[in-house]
Design a binder for this molecule. Structure first.
Ligand code: HEM
Length: 368
């Protein structure tokens, strides 16, 4: 089936020729069939992500209409990912600093341990594990006890449904219940936070106090945000790495013989078959970009996956991902722990429905 738009490319079996063609065209173009602009190639992607008037939300609509006045909406309104200016810069600084202080060697060792206790034995278990293990790792880092991890992971997976335009009414209702449960869980943990020096939660709360990021609702929402940002993206990285191992069967033995190469392998996966294929920006004012005038109030689909080697799959500019090293450590540890079991597992795959995230869903079988 020929690819006609950047949304169907996300879950297509082989979309990279399409992305290459996009990158060879103009870096900014209006796509009438989608009623929006496309930013493509490293030049187009970077220009939009760097421009101050290209915002993460449409002007005058901080929260999507279907979430306004709900628990999900209250969280959404505070997320660094969804704000600009001071409401973005201050929390981003706190989160980036705290995430930057995480001891990656220790994280890797911890995740090797509990991923080793949960080695998937079949495709169905692998589908669960690529979502659960990264969330367990974040819950552990934040300071939650292991008995709380499965519930947190389940709520996070329910919550992220509110971020997708493909979700139905039932999924949205589940997301609202999950939002309440997550806020409740983090409130309880925050009350105990003094007892948890050294945890990521402790570092975030201390950092928030130090810069006067007072709104505790904002801190809570962004703690939920750390789990929700981890969820689909890290599952995608792990799943796409499993696919890469299938495509190059000799790789697995090489990596098992030289485990320090896992990180390099995951970096390659992030470049060549990334988890997040696009993101959106909205023009607050008319902008002149690369010689093209885009009026105010326009939507721009930033086709990250067309930026090729120049980009890493973790975004660019002020909203770039602060969780990159953590995600790579988690994924490295999981793959190291699972590589032996994965080698003999018969796997076929397609992709979960999504407009921006490429996450394989495995079944027993063979794609070849
Ligand atoms: C493989 C895994 C991951 C991928 C591919 C990924 C990718 C991205 C991308 C592309 C963005 C930028 C979105 C945009 O500009 O519109 C982003 C933002 C973000 N990511 Fe990640 N991410 C991953 C894992 C994580 C993890 C584990 C965390 C938490 C520790 C995290 C936290 C965040 C946050 C808080 C933002 C918002 C930053 C801002 O708006 O300033 N991500 N991520």
């Amino acid at each position: 089936m020929p690819l006609a738009d950047p949304f169907s490319a996300v879950t297509h079996a082989a979309p990279y020729d399409y992305y290459r063609r996009l990158a060879e065209g103009p870096p900014l173009r209006f796509e009438a069939s989608l009623d929006c602009w496309l930013a493509t190639g490293a030049v187009g992607v970077q220009a939009v992500l760097e421009h101050p008037a290209c915002r993460v939300r449409p002007p005058g609509q901080a929260v999507p209409l279907n979430l306004a006045g709900t628990p999900c909406g209250a969280i959404f309104a505070e997320l660094v990912r969804m704000n600009e200016g001071e409401r973005h810069a201050v929390p981003k600084q706190v989160l980036a600093r705290a995430l930057g202080q995480v001891d990656l060697a220790r994280l890797h060792e911890r995740v090797m341990q509990f991923a080793g206790d949960r080695v998937p034995a079949c495709a169905a278990q692998l589908n669960e594990a690529i979502f659960e293990l990264p969330l367990f790792a974040m819950a552990d880092l934040l300071g939650f006890a292991p008995a709380q991890w499965p519930a947190l992971a389940a709520w996070t997976r329910d919550f992220v449904a509110c971020l997708s335009p493909l979700s139905n009414g039932e999924q949205l209702a589940g997301a609202q219940r999950a939002a309440d449960a997550l806020l409740h869980g983090f409130s309880a943990l925050l009350r105990e936070a003094d007892a948890l020096p050294g945890s990521l939660l402790h570092d975030i709360v201390t950092g928030a106090d130090a810069v006067g990021w007072q709104a505790s609702g904002g801190v809570l929402a962004n703690l939920v945000g750390l789990l929700s940002q981890t969820c689909d993206a890290t599952a995608g990285l792990l799943g796409n790495a499993v696919v890469a191992l299938r495509a190059q069967p000799e790789l697995s033995a090489q990596l098992r013989a030289a485990p320090r190469l896992w990180l390099a392998m995951l970096r390659e996966v992030s470049r060549h078959d990334p988890a997040i294929h696009n993101t959106r920006r909205y023009t607050a004012d008319a902008v002149e970009l690369l010689g093209v005038r885009i009026p105010a109030g326009q939507t721009i689909i930033v086709v990250l996956a067309s930026a090729g080697q120049a980009e890493s799959g973790f975004g660019h500019g002020r909203h770039a991902c602060p969780g990159q090293s953590i995600a790579q450590s988690i994924a490295t540890a999981c793959l190291q722990a699972w590589a032996g079991a994965l080698e003999g597992m018969p796997l076929a795959w397609r992709y979960l429905p999504s407009l921006n995230a490429r996450i394989p869903v495995f079944a027993q079988g063979d794609n070849a």
